[in-house]
Design a binder for this molecule. Structure first.
Ligand SMILES: C[S@@+](CC[C@H](N)C(=O)[O-])C[C@H]1O[C@@H](n2cnc3c(N)ncnc32)[C@H](O)[C@@H]1O
Length: 365
C-alpha cells in the first residue's frame, strides 16, 4: 500500500531566490528529464551550506585545505610559464564558490606584481556575497582589483565577463586571462562538452583554461560504482533542490550509483509515496507529479579517467598543457590552451543558454 498523495508547493523563499525563467527551467527539467538542476541549488537558502563549509571545525583555526584548495597555488609558476613572459594575468573565475581554490593563486600573482585583476561570474548572488567577503578579508588592500558579477556562464554573459577590465595591464602589456573552472564545475552539467566548447570559443588565443576536478584513477573506486547504494552516501546540498520544493525527505529514498553508459556518478531520489508539486509560474500554475518507484536525479558528476578528460578537452578545441595530480591522486589540475584553428562557434544559438534561458541574470546585478 502506498501512502496518501502529498500535494505541496515550494516555500516562499523558493520564489524569492529564483527568477520566473529559472522557475520555468526547474519545472521543465523536473517534467522532461526528471532532474532538479544541481547548478540551481547554489541560490537562496541552498548557498548556506557553502557558507558553513568555510567555518573551521575548530574555532580559531583555519578550515582544513584539500588538494582542490592548493593545486592552483602549488603549480602557479608552471601555469605562469604558459603565459608570455612578464605578461600581467587576469583571473576570470567561472563559478567562484567561496574563492578558496583561487586565493593562493591571487596571492602568488600579487606578490610577483603579475595580477591584472580578478573577475568572477556566478549565477548565485549569495555565493557572490560569500566570495566578496573572503576576498575582502584576505586582500583588504586590493578591493579595486576584484570584480564579481552575477550572470550565467553558459550563455552570452561569459563573453561579457571575459571582455571586462582594461585592455592592457598596469605596465601597458596585454593581460593573459587564466579562465578558472575549479571544483569540477563543468562535470555536474548534463552536457559538459557543450560548456567546454562554449568556454573555448569565448577564450582568446593566449588564454589558459584551468580546471580542477576529480577523476577515476581505477583505484579506491567507491563501492556504489558496482551496485547502487540505497540511502547514501550523499551530501546534504544534493537534497537541497527537493527541500526547496517542500518535498519531505521521508517520501523518498536516495540512491547513489554509477551510470556506466554515461560514465556518471549520480544521486537520485526514488519516491516511496505519490507527490504532486504545484508551481506558480507568472499567471500560470504548473504541476509535476511523481508516482512511487519514479526517480528524480539531484546530482550528477562525469567520472572520467585522465585519458577521457584529456580526449574530451581535445574534442572541444583545447590542448592539454599540464596535468597534475594532487596528494589524493584522484584530484587533478588540468591546464589547457586553445588549439589553433578550432575557434568555430559552439552549437548554442546566439542568445541561447544551455537550459534554454536567455534572460535569467545580467552582469553587475
Ligand atoms: C561546484 S561549485 C565550485 C565552486 C568553486 N569554484 C570551488 O571550486 O570551490 C560551482 C559554482 O558554479 C556556480 N555556477 C553553477 N552554474 C553556473 C552558471 N550556469 N553560471 C554561473 N555560475 C554557475 C555555482 O553557483 C557555484 O558557485
Amino acid at each position: 500500500m502506498h501512502g496518501q498523495q502529498h500535494a505541496v508547493s515550494p516555500h516562499e523563499s523558493f520564489y524569492r531566490a529564483y527568477s520566473a525563467a529559472q522557475v520555468d527551467a526547474i519545472v521543465d527539467a523536473l517534467g522532461h528529464r526528471a532532474e532538479f538542476p544541481y547548478e540551481l541549488t547554489y541560490l537562496g537558502d541552498g548557498s548556506e551550506m557553502w557558507r558553513e563549509s568555510e567555518v573551521p571545525s575548530h574555532p580559531g583555526r583555519a578550515p582544513m585545505l584539500s588538494d582542490f584548495d592548493t593545486l592552483l597555488t602549488r603549480h602557479a609558476e608552471r601555469l605562469l610559464a604558459l603565459a608570455p613572459p612578464s605578461s600581467p594575468v587576469r583571473i576570470v573565475d567561472l563559478g567562484p564558490g567561496t574563492t578558496r581554490p583561487v586565493r593562493g593563486l591571487i596571492r602568488h600573482l600579487l606578490d610577483r606584481s603579475r595580477l591584472a585583476g580578478y573577475h568572477a561570474i556566478d549565477i548565485s548572488p549569495e555565493i557572490l556575497d560569500l566570495a566578496r567577503e573572503h576576498l575582502r578579508v584576505d586582500f583588504p588592500a586590493h578591493a579595486e582589483r576584484f570584480e564579481l558579477c552575477r550572470g550565467d556562464f553558459t550563455g552570452p554573459d561569459l563573453a561579457r565577463v571575459l571582455a571586462a577590465g582594461p585592455a592592457s595591464g598596469h605596465d601597458g602589456a596585454d593581460p593573459v586571462r587564466f579562465v578558472v573552472l575549479a571544483g569540477g564545475t563543468p562535470y555536474n552539467f548534463a552536457d559538459p562538452a557543450r560548456l567546454l566548447r562554449h568556454v573555448r570559443h569565448a577564450m582568446g588565443d593566449h588564454d589558459v583554461l584551468l580546471l580542477t576536478l576529480r577523476i577515476d584513477t581505477g583505484v579506491d573506486r567507491p563501492p556504489f560504482m558496482d551496485e547502487v547504494s540505497v540511502g547514501g552516501p550523499y551530501k546534504p546540498q544534493q537534497l537541497v533542490g527537493l527541500d526547496l520544493l517542500a518535498v519531505d525527505r521521508s517520501w523518498y529514498v536516495t540512491e547513489t550509483g554509477f551510470d556506466r553508459a554515461r560514465s556518471e556518478v549520480f544521486v537520485r531520489a526514488r519516491f516511496l509515496e505519490p507527490v504532486t508539486v504545484t508551481f506558480d509560474v507568472g499567471e500560470d500554475r504548473r504541476t509535476v507529479s511523481f508516482e512511487p518507484g519514479e526517480t528524480v536525479l539531484v546530482w550528477r558528476y562525469l567520472y572520467h579517467d585522465g585519458a577521457a578528460v584529456a580526449d574530451q578537452l581535445t574534442r572541444c578545441g583545447l590542448r592539454v598543457r599540464l596535468f597534475e595530480h594532487g596528494e589524493d591522486s584522484q584530484v587533478v589540475l588540468v591546464a589547457a590552451t586553445p588549439a589553433p584553428g578550432t575557434a568555430e562557434p559552439a552549437t548554442a544559438q546566439p542568445g541561447e543558454t544551455f537550459s534554454g534561458r536567455s534572460d535569467t541574470a545580467t552582469l553587475g546585478g
